[in-house]
Design a protein around this ligand. Structure first.
Ligand code: F6P
Length: 410
């Protein structure tokens, strides 16, 4: 069987195509396949073009100059992929929107000897899409615009693509992927495609290269043993955040995910300041367990003033739900949803950092570990160490690392 394949990404902007392309590319590369990604957008940003290629007008189908430049860029990436095959390359991933049949026919015609597999990325989750737009609006290409203007411009760009979008239907080998849920929605494969089983596997498997799961630094509430609330870091907590920043200064962290609470944001800020560039994305899904009527109380006060709560929670901590609040069990869905957002927004970067809370971090960790549910609310979640998590088909590593130690390179 021929070992060459062209994977053609398809989809509107911000639907997770590049993340999926990177996931496919990096994993196939680790399998020993000679693979390369040809990304039209990256080439456009690299070339010295006599036009404002970040403005929405550049993407208007009525803008002949813009259309011409984009066609030229597409020809350039196709030629680069042809040379890659001529030099022994095995899998070329064409990463662009490729939303018109004409564009897809042009790509197919350029590779008469290699089978093609079209991978369309959809994302029907509005919140994730919105968060992705916010992330994109923060990219270098939009630095000259305010975040609002950048988002407006990006939305217009999407609308232009929508106006010319033609669904995959005539193409022989096509697969429709929900890039938020990492699942296959439809597939129609007529040829025998090399690597196809592996591709399906990669699309649906979550690989974690380096997830740094950090608990926020000490807060005033922690010092008093009070639960919940939205208190600030203490001096010790700020010192812990600075030590974390120092510790991670040599590791590239492009995005730090936090909750909406001050303690996680105050911990993430110094870490982000030592990185270049690094954005902080606050996800409500990572807010700490809400203790309902017990918010702001100490465990001792709960035992004294609400003995029924202490009695009921003790033996059944995972399933127990605080009156007017939450329990570990009821947090499951939202925390898992937060994790999906993380993997969707992280652009398949090797390093991911989450700064969360004691209960939330236990839930995050447990989603990778097979632990009995009774054990989850007791997982050790200290403030002077973080978990370094690595998961791929060959290994599952969960390491608890003191951050005042010297960092070895990953
Ligand atoms: O004490 C800090 C805290 O994050 C509280 O806000 C939260 O209620 C608690 O830890 C969760 O831990 P546990 O489930 O062991 O009470």
């Amino acid at each position: 069987m021929k070992r060459k394949l062209v994977i053609v990404m398809v989809g509107l902007p911000a639907r997770g195509k590049s993340t999926m392309a990177r996931k496919l590319g990096r994993t196939l590369e680790m399998d020993g396949v000679k693979v390369r990604i040809f990304n039209n957008g990256e080439l456009r940003r690299r070339l010295d073009i006599d036009a404002d290629t970040s403005s929405s007008e550049f993407f208007s189908p009525a803008n002949a100059k813009g259309v011409g430049i984009r066609e030229k860029i597409s020809r350039m990436t196709i030629e680069a992929a042809q040379s890659f095959f001529a030099e022994g390359g095995e899998v070329a991933i064409m990463d662009a929107s490729n939303v018109t049949r004409e564009r897809r026919r042009t790509i197919a015609a350029a590779f008469p000897d290699q089978p093609l597999c079209f991978v369309e990325c959809l994302n029907a989750d509005d919140e994730a899409l919105e968060a992705n737009l916010e992330r994109k609006a923060g990219l270098k290409e939009f630095r000259h615009l305010t975040p609002e203007k950048a988002q407006e411009s990006f939305l217009k760009r999407i609308a232009f693509y929508e106006s010319i979008y033609e669904p995959l239907d005539a193409e022989a080998n096509r697969i429709l992927v929900d890039s938020f849920d990492s699942c296959i929605l439809q597939e129609q494969i007529t040829d025998v495609l090399p690597y196809y089983d592996r591709i399906r596997d990669i699309i649906t498997t979550r690989v974690v290269r380096n997830l740094f799961l950090v608990r926020h630094g000490e807060t005033h509430f922690n010092r008093e043993d009070r639960i919940g609330g939205d208190s600030d870091l203490t001096d010790k907590g700020r010192d812990q955040a600075n030590a974390l920043a120092e510790h991670f200064a040599t590791v590239r962290i492009p995005i730090i995910f936090t909750s909406n609470y001050k303690r996680t944001l105050q911990t993430a800020t110094p870490i982000a300041e030592r990185q270049d560039p690094c954005s902080i994305i606050a996800l409500p899904e990572f807010n700490e367990i809400h203790a309902g009527v017990c918010e702001g109380m100490t465990y001792e006060e709960i035992r004294r003033k609400m003995p029924h709560v202490a009695r009921a929670r003790g033996p059944n901590k995972y399933r127990y739900v605080y009156p007017d609040g939450e329990g570990y069990r009821t947090m499951e869905d939202r925390v898992h949803r937060g994790l999906k957002k993380v993997f969707f927004l992280n652009n398949y970067d090797e390093n991911i950092m989450i700064v969360g809370h004691r209960a939330v971090n236990r839930m995050i960790l447990s989603s990778f570990l097979s632990r009995q549910e009774e054990e989850i609310p007791y997982i050790y979640m200290p403030q002077d160490r973080y978990y370094h998590i690595q998961i791929d088909p060959h290994k599952r590593i969960f390491e608890l690392i003191p951050y005042r130690s010297v960092l070895t390179t990953w």
